[in-house]
Design a protein around this ligand. Structure first.
Ligand code: NDP
Length: 794
């Protein structure tokens, strides 16, 4: 054999990583683990254990405890007790603990990597080179935020006890994504790892002990879905952070509805991988390998839908098949293996069934010529072509090494296909034309976009979904907001005239003397709804009387129903794209104009407010004008950031509007609430369906006359009066509404949060009276952050 021939045929020899250190660690524990509660190991109350297996050979690795509701209660109590001290611990000291965790993870990196590979089946190359280094990075990065919290998140406080539930696909990495920010912000945690992959979390618990972390700051409970459910339901938990399937995410949304628990959900995906005809095809093929065969495709943001431009589709498929033929599936501990084992037989069956479905639905299946090992849970890399956009394999998350390929002709069609999913976690765009790539990036509804790259993660960059992929971000500064709340401090006297400098508009407002007002609202006028830029009669044909606090009849408003809400949502959706794309400068101008027109009618509004609430209407109009000015000011100043992720790359974190929002206004300060909540949401590019307070709706119905004269595009701002909870439910259930802000009684919180689980829309619960939230909170609630990774280098 010549040297050239040898080089061309070089066969791979086995290059296994030694499993012994991990097996020794298991043996040192007699292959049996308890629960880690309050800094100590203890047996589960039920005395039940279950086995965790190596999916590559079906051998038992260890027995782990099955935590029940009793253990959950103990762990939550331990975390609550620890919270008192931990939340008072200076940021610098918390930073040192997080730093110690990072160092310990690095020190034991090899043991962690091998243990993870044994328990999960993923290739050692991935645990060693990706998962574990990223885990250390997360602890380092968040040590920094613990250090900086006092100055950079001034006025914010930890939430308390956080329940965290993680999946099996990145066991230790998901643990670090959850625990690092929670501890950095001064919370304590109870974490439940997935049933299939508990071992690295248990090793991590030992690290917590070894660094002297105060008992109860981190508690680890192994168990199954029932353990997770008990944690979700425990009344002593202040927040639930969950990563896993959309199905369980939806259950958790319903279970926490109305409980006041903060919630972040990182759920499934069906992420598009778009290849334009000017892309570097060889790089794109390598990208696909990373997108769908990394971690056996068991990745929430896997690029599982290949969208390729028609002219290059066949060339791309040919290259891809050639590359697939050379992928190696087998022993995950072998350093030369590309694809390891599927996590468990049940997951393998799910993949097989969905592949079968793909064949039945007419897509063309291709798999390499070689066979996967017959022992253990293995599945070959699989390519489907000629996939119909509506077919099961183009819509369902397969969570396996299966790629579904579709073609497109134009960029517009590419965007339409990319967004043709209920998910919105990530997308990957391949084109040498950066103009095109960035233009497409802004149009895809997903939390992370990678340009000419894929599956890049870093602690400095936020990660999370749009739509049914969940809400909340993990990583970056944006991820910290999930673990803090406003520190309790006396609310600034926002409505007190004496403490405020009058705004320019207010200075021009004639002085009002509420005590001597002479304006009497006519009682014969029934205010209509305001939908699509026009006044509309309510579908029901009924109206509702509005009374003053002293019982005097003030007027009537239309009694809106589901149909009116649907019409309003349709109008808001139709207006959204244009409003979103309007320049921020333009939106600001319109809001200033709105304020100007409101100030023209300040006296009338002042009287109207006084008549409905008995409060000082003048002060409220003044405050509302200022709120509109503030909203206008932020329209072109609410900036993103560039995250310093550690490759040659700019990661643009851009706040984007959420979409169509339903806002159910509070009863107090009806005009100010409208200006501050709706004004801010509007300024940032959302379109709105506003339901005014049932106690003081006339302010809002007068307001549409101001809207009509203020260049607000039709459909951007819709107003539907009626029964708050009835309309709230319709809005929360509506699949074309992206977020609902509900200011109303507690019973309504549960109603709205539960109803929102349909499309996993974002919700924000406020009280019907009391201080309004501050602008910074409203700005965050009105946007979602998209991270766009743009690597560079010649
Ligand atoms: P799950 O969503 O069921 O599991 C995620 C975590 O939630 C696990 O710790 C699980 O415990 C726990 N859990 C299960 N039921 C409940 C409940 N009712 N309340 C609270 N916690 C609960 O995912 P699976 O592991 O069952 O995988 C099923 C499918 O989900 C996969 O085929 C894949 O499509 C998708 N998936 C998506 C992930 C993502 O990151 N997007 C990650 C994992 C799975 P336990 O492990 O004991 O069941």
């Amino acid at each position: 054999m010549t040297l050239t021939e040898l080089m061309e045929t070089l066969p791979y020899g086995p290059a296994p990583e030694a499993a012994q250190p991990a097996l020794d660690w298991l043996k040192a524990h007699q292959g049996k683990f308890g629960l880690f509660i309050g800094g100590k190991w203890r047996d589960p109350a039920s005395q039940e254990w279950f086995a965790t297996l190596n999916p590559a050979n079906a051998q038992k690795l260890a027995e782990v405890a099955q935590a029940s509701a009793v253990d959950v209660d103990e762990a939550v109590k331990a975390a609550r007790k620890a919270f008192i001290g931990w939340s008072q611990t200076p940021g610098h000291v918390r930073a040192r603990y997080l730093y110690a965790m990072a160092r310990q993870v690095q020190k034991h990196a090899r043991l962690f990597a091998v243990l993870e590979t044994l328990d999960n089946g993923k290739p050692i190359r991935e645990t060693r080179d990706i998962d574990i280094p990223l885990v250390a990075r997360h602890f380092y990065y968040h040590a920094g935020w613990a250090q900086l919290m006092e100055s950079e998140l001034a006025g914010y406080a930890p939430l308390g006890v956080v329940g965290q539930i993680i999946p099996w696909n990145f066991p230790l990495l998901m643990l670090s994504w959850k625990i690092a920010p929670a501890l950095a912000m001064g919370n304590t945690v109870v974490l439940k790892p997935a049933e299939f992959t508990p071992l690295t979390a248990l090793l991590f618990a030992e690290i917590c002990q070894s660094i002297g972390l105060p008992p109860g700051v981190v508690n680890i409970l192994t168990g199954d879905g029932k353990t997770g459910a008990a944690l979700v339901e425990h009344p002593g938990v202040d927040k639930i952070a969950f990563t896993g399937s959309t199905e369980v995410g939806r259950l958790i949304r319903k279970a926490t509805a109305g409980s006041g628990k903060k919630l972040s959900l990182e759920l499934g995906g069906k992420s598009p991988f778009l290849v334009f005809e000017d892309a570097d095809l060889d790089s794109a093929v390598e990208g696909v390998v990373d997108a769908i065969w990394f971690n056996q495709g068991q990745v929430c943001c896997a690029g599982s839908r290949l969208l390729v431009q028609e002219g290059i589709a066949e060339r791309m498929y040919t290259k891809l098949r050639a590359r697939m033929e050379k992928l190696r599936v087998g022993n995950p501990l072998d350093k030369a293996v590309d694809i390891g084992a599927i996590v468990a037989p049940v997951q393998l069956q799910k993949i097989q069934q969905l592949v079968q479905k793909g064949v039945e639905e007419g897509a063309r299946l291709w798999q390499p010529s070689w066979a996967v090992p017959s022992e253990g849970c293995f599945y070959p890399p699989t390519l489907f072509t000629e996939v119909a956009p509506a077919s099961t394999i183009a819509q369902e998350e397969i969570f396996g090494p299966v790629l579904a390929a579709l073609t497109f002709r134009t960029p517009e069609e590419a965007v339409r296909l990319a967004n043709n999913t209920r998910y919105g976690l990530a997308a990957s765009i391949w084109s040498e034309d950066i103009n095109l790539a960035l233009d497409i990036a802004t149009q895809i509804k997903a939390g992370t976009i990678w340009i000419n790259s894929t599956n890049l993660f870093d602690a400095a960059s936020g990660f999370g979904g749009y739509r049914e992929s969940g809400f909340g971000r993990e990583g970056g500064k944006e991820g910290l907001w999930e673990y803090v709340k406003k520190a309790e401090s006396p609310h600034p006297k926002a409505q007190s005239r004496k403490t405020r400098a009058p705004s320019r508009a207010a200075k021009e407002t004639p002085s009002l003397q509420p005590a001597t007002f002479s304006f009497q609202p006519p009682i014969d006028r029934t205010a209509k709804l305001f939908i699509g830029g026009r006044q509309a009669r309510p579908d029901s044909g009924y109206s509702k009387a509005v009374y003053a606090p002293d019982g005097q009849l003030l007027g009537e408003v239309g009694l809106g129903n589901r149909k009116d809400i649907r019409n309003a949502v349709e109008a808001a959706r139709a207006a959204f794209e244009a409003w979103r794309k309007a320049s921020a400068h333009n939106r600001a101008q319109i809001l200033y104009f709105l304020a100007e027109n409101l100030s023209e009618r300040a006296e009338e509004f002042g009287h109207r407010i006084h008549a409905q609430t008995g409060q000082d209407g003048h002060a409220e109009v003044e405050a509302a004008l200022e709120a509109l000015f503030t909203a206008a000011a932020w329209a072109d100043k609410y900036e993103g950031v560039v995250h310093p992720t550690p490759i040659r790359n700019v990661t643009l974190a851009i706040p984007e509007p959420i979409g169509v929002m339903g806002i159910l206004c509070p009863d107090d300060q009806p005009l100010l609430a409208l200006a501050r909540l709706a004004g801010t949401a509007l300024a940032l590019g959302n379109t709105l369906v506003v339901v005014p307070s049932p106690l003081a709706p006339l302010v809002a119905t007068d307001f549409y006359q101001v809207l009509e004269t203020s260049d607000i595009p039709a459909g951007t701002f819709n107003i539907v009066t009626g029964e708050r909870d009835e309309l709230a439910k319709t809005l929360a259930e509506h699949d074309d509404v992206d977020a609902v802000w509900y200011a109303g009684p507690q019973a309504g919180h549960a109603l709205v949060e539960r109803a929102s689980a349909g499309n996993m829309k974002r919700t924000w619960m406020l009280l019907p009276s009391g201080p309004l939230p501050n602008t910074d909170e409203i700005l965050r609630q009105a946007t979602q952050v998209k991270n766009i990774w743009v690597p560079y280098g010649a």
